[in-house]
Design a protein around this ligand. Structure first.
Ligand SMILES: [Zn+2]
Length: 290
């Protein structure tokens, strides 16, 4: 059975979904140890606080100083090694995402070109080709350290008195989890795009932007646009410029930290008649991807 451009558009829109699934797994792997350690430390802090206050609003000064020192140590233990762990998880995700990007792109290119996919030798490390993704992963420990320091800075008598406990400290500390998640998401989307770029380069093809179904107005505006590998998509596109605009030109997704848009290889001569694939992708994104 011959596939149409519409079939290819539907297949292409499965790519963001696969990237999204990988991203969710990678975020869980990268953040769970810190999230669990902080929950334990917070429970411990609450228990100690209740014990130290013993019915009063604030512990007496000597007890408060000892309590704060204990929480500082517990926070330090909770964060120990977490940046390095999250970096390793992000690097594993970068490898997996780059391979996913390659596999998806190769399968689609083979279907569209009606040629079997070339046999591929898998390099031992993809660091070089997905360098941008690995750079994001490498910055995670410094980010985690920064959030740790900020949480520690709130672990003072004054702040703890103001908050009547350690809620503020742990709220601040848990921002590290969100920042790891954002970095992992960018790592995954960037590496997946690098994988697609490899295939497009080999196939002498362009790179076509596939918006995630239900994408934001900025991403939807990129759907169906294409570049030659090595070129940049323009900045400043959006279907709703009052709401969402990102100004920097980019070599591909992610357009923003939560973006799971994908790139696919595409050549005009792969057209099957009827509405060309780029137009289909553009129209589908403008209708919400369905
Ligand atoms: Zn997007």
């Amino acid at each position: 059975m011959d596939e149409t451009n519409g079939d290819f558009a539907a297949r292409a829109e499965q790519h963001p979904e696969a990237i999204r699934r990988l991203e969710a797994q990678a975020i869980a792997a990268a953040t769970q140890p810190l999230a669990q350690a902080l929950n334990r430390a917070q429970q411990d802090a609450n228990t100690r606080w209740l014990h130290a206050t013993a019915g009063h609003p604030i512990p007496e000064p000597g007890a408060l100083a000892r309590l704060i020192e204990a929480i500082r140590q517990s926070l330090t233990r909770a964060f120990r090694g977490q940046g390095a762990h999250a970096q390793r998880a992000a690097e594993q995700a970068a490898n997996a995402a780059e391979q996913l990007g390659e596999t998806q792109a190769a399968a689609l290119a083979a279907a569209m070109s009606r040629e079997p996919p070339p046999r591929r030798d898998r390099p031992r490390s993809n660091r070089r080709r997905a360098k941008a993704a690995w750079d994001v992963a490498a910055a995670i420990p410094a980010t985690v350290e920064q959030e740790f320091r900020r949480a520690l800075a709130l672990c003072t008598e004054q702040a703890v008195r103001a908050f009547r406990g350690f809620t503020g400290v742990f709220q601040r500390a848990k921002r590290a989890i969100g920042r790891i998640a954002a970095s992992v998401a960018v790592t995954v989307a960037t590496a997946a795009a690098a994988g697609a770029k490899t295939i497009a380069t080999e196939a002498g093809a362009r790179l076509l932007w596939v918006a995630e179904p239900g994408a934001c107005p900025a991403c939807a505006a990129y759907a169906g646009r294409s570049i030659a590998p090595g070129e940049y998509f323009p900045g400043g596109l959006s279907l709703d410029p009052r709401r969402t605009v990102f100004w920097t030109p980019i070599p591909g997704p992610p357009r923003h930290p939560n973006c799971c848009c994908a790139l696919i290889p595409w050549r005009p001569e792969w057209n099957r008649g009827g509405t060309p694939l780029p137009d289909l992708l553009r129209m589908r994104a403008r209708m919400g991807g369905h």
